[in-house]
Design a protein around this ligand. Structure first.
Ligand code: PLP
Length: 371
């Protein structure tokens, strides 16, 4: 029996995507690779709903966060970090590591960022060069209203840089990059893209390219300009994860055949299905306001007196179901169910069937069983 991998990345991959990775290597400076990267780039632009440049980097998602910082900012620049969890904090940390002066507006875990408070912070201090946003906070299962945030930010500062960690949302949750006027937006292959880890994909606006001309943080591996000039030749500056490009090529064909609107609708439906089942068990969502609950990952509060680690262990060893735990301050306090990428209602139904049996064994009587 195959494992029901219900973590928010790496996510399961379709067989043909995995098979694509077993093929022989090719010359990454030859015509076949040029065709593949050309096809991937064109497809990503459609999936990102952007006419901006789209670059692919061989990297984890965190590399894309770092790239956004080093390509657009200078030491001493002021940036406003907006954090609703671990990944918002990470964005701010990385910027600070490179000497950016980051002010963080933090919101309680389980809540979304309030656009009014973000706008107020920008009004109070006109020196910010960039705003660092997380679209979908994977650590809390909350999706920010990015459209409202971007509008509020632009109303205060029409030309400020808006940098967005959309690692666990882009491709799964609506995020029309051009319509929302976002400057740098990035994601990673192992989240909603049904591809193994190894590729980060980034959209870079005209405004961001202008900032890149001025940006003085040292950079080499993650230099957008090098990536762009090599892309014009159908290459990457350094050896890419060739097998991941093979996989992405196949996955994008499947995703485009399904259609962006259908993919978004599927994730919305599965997100609702997950929340409905969590509540039916008598469990609580960490997301305080369900309107902001994520359609790619659900964070569930571990009930009083229950050992979250023990629950996850029973799920894994006896029900072949791998859940994610909490991160940082939420360790032991929540468990998370990933429902992004190559996932169906059957996968989630199996997960809840297992939870119904596992929960009583860690001292919690699920509502549907007790009834
Ligand atoms: C997964 C994730 C990351 C980190 O990606 P890595 O590939 O593990 O570096 C960052 N931000 C968000 C929102 C994520 O979901």
């Amino acid at each position: 029996m195959s494992v029901n991998l219900r973590i928010p990345g790496p996510t399961p991959c379709p067989d043909d995507v995995l098979q694509a990775m077993s093929r022989q290597m090719i010359n990454h400076r030859g015509p076949e690779f040029a065709e593949i990267i050309g096809r991937i780039t064109a497809s990503l632009k459609r999936m990102f709903e952007t006419t901006n440049d789209v670059l692919t980097l061989t990297s984890a998602g965190t590399g894309a966060i770092e790239a956004a910082v080093v390509n657009t900012l200078s030491p001493g620049d002021r940036a406003l970090g907006v954090s609703i969890g671990v990944f918002g904090d990470r964005f701010a940390d990385i910027a600070r590591t490179y000497g950016v002066d980051v002010e963080v507006v933090a919101f309680e875990q389980g809540t979304a960022a309030d656009p009014t408070r973000v706008a107020e912070a920008l009004r109070k201090d006109g020196s910010y060069k960039a705003v660092l946003l997380t679209h979908n906070e994977t650590s809390t299962g909350v999706t920010n209203d990015l459209e409202a945030l971007a509008k509020a930010i632009r109303a205060e500062r029409p030309d400020i840089l808006i940098l967005v960690d959309a690692i666990s949302s882009l491709g799964s949750i609506p995020l029309p990059i051009d319509a929302w006027d976002l400057d740098v937006v990035f994601t990673g292959s192992q989240k909603g893209w049904m591809v193994p880890p190894g590729m980060a994909m980034v959209s870079v606006s005209e405004r961001a390219w202008k900032a890149a001309d001025q940006a003085r943080i040292p950079r080499y591996y993650f230099d957008y300009k090098k990536a762009k000039s090599y892309l014009e030749k159908g290459q990457t500056p350094w050896t890419p994860a060739v097998s991941v490009y093979f996989a992405m090529d196949v996955a994008l064909k499947k995703l485009e055949a399904e259609g962006l609107a259908n993919i978004h609708a599927r994730h919305a439906k599965l997100g609702q299905y997950t929340r409905d089942n969590v509540k039916a068990l008598g469990l609580k969502l960490l997301a305080v306001d369900e309107r902001y609950a994520s359609n790619t990952v659900t964070a569930v509060v571990v009930p009083e007196g229950v050992d979250g680690a023990a629950l996850n262990k029973i799920m894994r060893t006896e029900y072949n179901t791998v859940l994610a735990g909490g991160q940082g301050a939420l360790t032991g306090k929540i468990f998370r169910i990933g429902h992004l990428g190559f996932v169906t209602e059957d996968d989630l139904r199996a997960c809840f069937d297992a939870l119904k049996q596992a929960l009583p064994r860690v001292g919690f009587a699920p509502a549907v069983v007790a009834r």
